[in-house]
Design a protein around this ligand. Structure first.
Ligand code: MN
Length: 241
């Protein structure tokens, strides 16, 4: 049995093949897992639990089927699906976990994060993040009609696309000092996160000990999953059959 980690699927109608790979994954490999952790940005945009668009229904249902089958399902919010709440938990059977969550991964305390909080060079983004995670902003946003939220979401996406093009490549990656400070604060030697779309296993020395930071892949060109068991962890690519 193994524990699976995925993130950054950014499910959207623009990449239908990825949606199919995800459904195959949920009905296949994930069924045999000890647990499945989704570390954020499963959806391109989540506008509230009361505003689920039709294109997301098959994924929501497949997640629920997996949870009903007895596979523990955990969801950490990303910067695209931070409006997931108790309604999302009910419809998918997934349990929401904190932005910083430590699990015991086969004997190794492991910190799980989406990853955006580690990109501390992106000061503008972190300011924006603080705003959208505030209760005031969320209450106001969720009081809008679904149509208004869709419109706002479209605007945000265009804005983020522009911002990404303007920013230097370097800024979008994690800040190593932030990584080290976070791992020290949570006293872990293993960190798993997504968000940067730079899949890799980084090993480095922290206070004299070798520590590991594993970055999950996005699901743009192909899917990917981190598979962990007693023997360790391995990044696996997923393609359509
Ligand atoms: Mn992200």
């Amino acid at each position: 049995m193994s524990t699976l980690f995925i993130s950054d699927l950014h499910l959207t109608l623009q990449r239908p093949a990825m949606g199919e790979i995800f459904l195959d994954f949920l009905r296949g490999q994930a069924c045999g897992a000890e647990a499945l952790y989704i570390l954020g940005d499963l959806f391109e945009i989540w506008l509230g639990d009361d505003a689920v668009v039709d294109e997301y229904r098959p994924y929501v249902e497949a997640l629920k089927a997996l949870a009903d089958n007895g596979v523990p399902l955990y969801f950490q919010q990303g910067n695209r699906d931070f409006l997931t709440s108790s309604g999302f938990e009910a419809m998918t059977g997934a349990r929401l976990i904190d932005h910083h969550t430590i699990i015991d991964l086969y004997g190794t305390p492991t910190l799980l994060m989406h990853g955006d909080l580690l990109c501390t060079d992106d000061v503008d983004y972190l300011k924006f993040r603080a705003m959208i995670l505030s209760k005031e902003w969320q209450d106001e946003f969720l009081s809008k009609t679904v149509a208004e939220r869709v419109e706002y979401g479209r605007m945000l996406r265009d804005k983020s696309r522009e911002a990404m093009q303007e920013k230097k490549e370097l800024i979008m990656d994690v800040n190593q000092d932030a990584v080290e400070e976070t791992m020290r604060r949570y006293q872990v030697r293993q960190l798993i996160h997504g968000h940067t779309h730079r899949p890799a296993v980084h090993q480095f020395l922290l206070d004299g000990e070798t520590v590991t930071r594993t970055v999950l892949p996005d699901w743009y060109e192909r899917g990917g999953v981190l598979v962990c068991n007693e023997n360790g962890c391995q990044l696996q690519a997923l393609t359509s059959n």
